[in-house]
Design a protein around this ligand. Structure first.
Ligand code: APR
Length: 249
């Protein structure tokens, strides 16, 4: 099947669905300048030292080291802008073709692109929280602490202020249960974009879809069950898919 035929089939599925959701991973943001985790050679986790640091345990035991490694990354995320893939997903929602987005990403780019229903199952970087009392803290508290060489930032209660994200070994963000409840109410189609579909429990959400389309550069373990697979750049394919949905008679 040619790319045009695949796009046409995916557009037909989106037009024919009554409750479709997008499910996105780091691959939807790489064209915004944010590296993903597992792309061969370029993914962040290609550096085993970095992967070993991204745990709740390291944040507890070596908070200054944790922050000094990841804070520059998060600051880069905050400067990133949505790319055509995020914008196409937001427009599909505005057209009524998507009921929302479930994202594994913490970069906030779906909201920035205009998506209204967004479940951030691995958390977000809009503000920090105190690991002890749970009080929210402005993200700037971390930048100030870094400038003063006083990492990690501390809460008035003395607790370590931390990002409101899910680190390896930690419980999922509250949005995970919200997304699960929505999908349980019905998901006749899922548009998977830019995920290796290898990290659980997030990847298990795909199983709640009656059918799914995958847009990804590399193969995933779910390719064999996908209704349509569109291999290539999300920033190119999603606008083409949006056009195919809009063109359809
Ligand atoms: N267009 C389409 N696909 C892309 C693009 C792109 N521009 N760039 C990368 N990809 C694909 C890669 O081929 C890869 O399969 O996106 C996928 C990203 O996979 P991962 O790096 O594993 O990211 P993700 O699936 O989001 O990881 C899930 O793992 O480490 C945790 O918390 C982290 O949320 C993350 C979770």
């Amino acid at each position: 099947m040619s790319m045009d035929q695949k796009l046409s089939k995916a557009a037909d599925l989106l037009r024919g669905s009554s409750r479709a959701y997008a499910f996105t991973g780091a691959g939807v943001s790489t064209e915004s300048g944010i590296p993903d985790f597992r792309s061969p050679g370029t993914g962040l986790w290609s550096n085993p030292e970095l992967l070993a640091l991204a745990t709740g345990d390291v944040l507890q035991r070596q908070p200054a080291r944790f922050y000094s490694v990841f804070l520059p990354q998060w600051l880069a995320y905050q400067r990133a802008e949505p790319n055509p893939a995020h914008k196409a997903i937001a427009e599909l929602e505005a057209l009524g073709r998507l009921s929302g987005v479930v994202t594994q990403n913490i970069d906030g780019l779906h909201r920035k692109a205009g998506s209204q229903v967004v479940w951030e199952v691995h958390g977000h970087l809009r503000h920090l929280v105190c690991g002890s009392c749970g009080a929210p803290a402005p993200f700037e508290a971390a930048e100030d602490a870094m400038r003063k060489d006083a990492l990690p930032p501390r809460c008035d209660c003395g607790g370590v202020v931390r990002p409101d994200v899910v680190l390896f070994g930690e419980a999922m963000a509250p949005d995970f249960e919200r997304a699960l409840a929505a999908l349980r109410r019905g998901c006749d189609l899922m548009l998977v974009v830019g995920s290796s579909l290898t990290v659980y429990p997030a990847a298990s959400l795909v199983r709640f879809a009656d059918a799914f389309i995958i847009v990804n550069c590399d193969p995933t373990p779910y390719d064999g069950q996908a209704a349509v697979i569109l291999h290539g750049s999300a920033g190119r394919i999603l606008p083409e898919l949006l056009d195919a949905v809009k063109e359809a008679k």
